[in-house]
Design a protein around this ligand. Sequence first.
Ligand code: BTN
Length: 264
Amino acid sequence: MDRAAALASALDARGGRRLPAVEWPEELASTSDRLKALARAGAPEWTTVLADRQTGGRGREGRAWASPPGGLYLSVLLRPRFEKVGLLPLAAGVAVAEAAGELGVRVELKWPNDVLASGRKLAGILSEAASGPGGVEWVVLGVGVNVAIDPAALPPEVAGSATSLRAVGGADVPVAAVAAAVLHRLGLCYDGLASRPGGVMTAWRSRAAPWWGEQVEVRTGEGELRGRLLEVDDDGALVVLVEGRRRRLLSGEVTRLRPAAAAG
Ligand code: BTN
């Protein structure tokens, strides 16, 4: 059995949904780019693309995602028919957190969807969507998890802030087992978004980095702002108190300010 078939049957054994198609070559530029091409050609929901390594892995905010062997690089195609599509990236964060928990690793989620272990980045999620006259037509969720990568294979600018399941003492399992766990959990969260989206947000908040009430800086497409972190609301927006006004942010990069920086 090849690995794509092994993944499908591992999911089956968990009682997870059947994947209509799985591609898993050794190398791709980006699993999300490949899957977006399949999405445009009409591929069905839950079509899944993985690769052992990526040569052009992409992260959020136009950054690169270093993708040496030993990582999980997975993209899954969704065609949601429910309202709260904006919560999908957060739901994916919950799914990755639950999968890590299965392997004995406790993680924290940092808005919108960074997955941290011991304060370092363990996994990232990239959500890309296309809309038509009827609303969102498809979403490609790209998930990168540092399973057992060699830290020396990471570029120096990310090596200091990244970690892996292996480095934080997670169970030593093959990448395919991590993929099956993530896909299974993602399926459950996806169903949850359709039936009870509040439950997904409760799960997200219970794993969120506890920065509430602290001074943060948020970099958005329109610039930077500083304020006190209030909450992540039921639509997945970050709410920050800036000069006495509540600001709702739908995307951006949040960092915690040290007291000295916050005062200044
Ligand atoms: C982030 O910046 O935190 C998101 C990283 C997302 C990386 C994954 S790896 C699989 C998929 N293919 C890509 O090119 N990117 C995503």
